[in-house]
Design a protein around this ligand. Structure first.
Ligand code: AOF
Ligand code: ZN
Length: 374
């Protein structure tokens, strides 16, 4: 049984997470952070969140927005307050100067510049600190930031829209529409959250997608086109010059002349080839170097397979429609993976399921290893 204090801390932390999410799509490469200042009766005095990259940290916004005395009050924040001089002075110092008596936080900051130093600084100043409230939820909120800090690699979600039998398009390549409108709206929300979308030349040729974000108040993700031999038409919608960054991943064997057929706004990543394809691991590292911290795939089965097989995929987001195609020649969400034994299956951990007006949305995490059932 949770006591009153634990229950109230959980409630306030949920509020922090909700506030933090308002920064989705705006704060990368920084973390999503929300902060709530409250009194001994757990009454909220003030709130703030990290609103955009380069802006005030959540704690500072909460302090600045307070309309009453905050001396002797408590603050709850999903990430450890920072201790370093970055774009803004340390939040730990601000909280000390403001006379905050207690700091409740969800998780330690994985950023090596901070990592427990913020907590130590607060404790040294005589402030009571508690760490680990709704820690799992806080880590899920900042899964992208955690991976970036720990591995210096982009967080990658494989997104698919498929039939119940795992088909993403008919044998003729037609996919409009497998999933329903509610699912497709959810995809627009994802486009707003991720730094970039990656697709392959096959999808560009078959669907000519725009890969923009049509959500109200949303922003376009960077478009990444994986096209080893530059076979997609330079007139394709993904190459539109609309103020959005466009990155093309191709082979280092492609001629300068061929590249010059595309607009001058396009950035190229020239990769070594592996078995006739641009090396995906090399490409993803280069994409990280270009500042991209999270990628959503919206592509065919081969690129999905390449990313999953390279071990770079973090999450699978599947939108499954209650339809059965049944055609062996129809396109599968993963092509050429061809595991022969159940013991060779790639195991995932399902973290959420949701019914979307009859479709199912399933989110799972990679990294559970091969099937180890006896
Ligand atoms: C944020 N927002 O609300 C908190 C952060 O470059 P700076 O100065 O903005 O510092 C970014 C680092 O500060 C970030 O990597 C994280 O470690 C810490 N906390 N960052 O952007 C916030 N609380
Ligand atoms: Zn800070």
């Amino acid at each position: 049984m949770l006591n009153k204090e634990q229950k109230e801390y959980n409630r306030l932390m949920r509020r922090c997470i909700k506030l933090a999410k308002k920064g989705e799509g705006r704060v990368s490469p920084n973390p999503l952070v929300g902060a709530v200042i409250f009194d001994d009766d757990y009454r909220i005095i003030s709130e703030g969140f990290h609103e955009y990259y380069g802006g005030n940290h959540a704690e500072r916004n909460a302090v600045l927005k307070a309309k009453e005395e905050i001396r002797g009050k408590s603050i709850i924040v999903n990430l450890e307050p920072c201790s370093h001089y970055g774009k803004t002075p340390p939040c730990a110092d601000l909280l000390i100067e403001s006379g905050i008596k207690r700091v409740i936080t969800g998780m330690v900051d994985p950023n090596p510049k901070v990592c427990t130093k913020g907590i130590s600084r607060l404790k040294d100043a005589g402030i009571e600190v508690r760490v680990g409230i709704l820690e799992e939820e806080c880590k899920e909120l900042n899964k992208i930031f955690i991976k970036n800090q720990k591995e210096k690699k982009p967080y990658i979600a494989i997104k698919t829209g498929m039939t119940l039998d795992g088909k993403i398009a008919s044998r003729l390549g037609k996919s409009k529409w497998i999933t329903n409108e509610t699912s497709r709206k959810e995809v627009q929300k994802l486009r707003n959250k991720y730094d970039a979308i990656i697709t392959g030349s096959g999808t560009v040729l078959a669907d000519n997608p725009s890969l923009t974000c049509r959500m109200r108040g949303g922003r376009n993700p960077v478009r990444i086109i994986y096209d080893t031999n530059l076979r997609s038409s330079s007139q394709s919608k993904v190459f539109n010059e609309d103020g959005t960054r466009v990155i093309v991943i191709c082979s280092n064997n492609v001629s300068k002349r061929r590249r010059s057929l595309y607009g001058s706004h396009i950035e190229f990543i020239e990769c070594p080839e592996v078995l006739g394809h641009a090396d995906i691991k090399y490409a993803l590292d280069a994409v990280y170097e270009k500042g991209i911290r999270s990628i959503l795939t919206e592509c065919g089965g081969e690129l999905n397979r390449a990313i999953i097989q390279s071990g770079c995929a973090d999450e699978l987001i599947q939108f499954i429609a209650p339809k059965i195609l049944g055609d062996k020649e129809a396109k599968s969400f993963i092509e050429g993976y061809n595991r022969k034994e159940i013991s060779e299956c790639n195991n995932l951990k399902i973290v959420s399921t949701k019914i979307l007006n009859g479709d199912i949305m399933i989110c799972g995490k990679f990294g559970m290893g091969l099937n180890n059932d006896k």
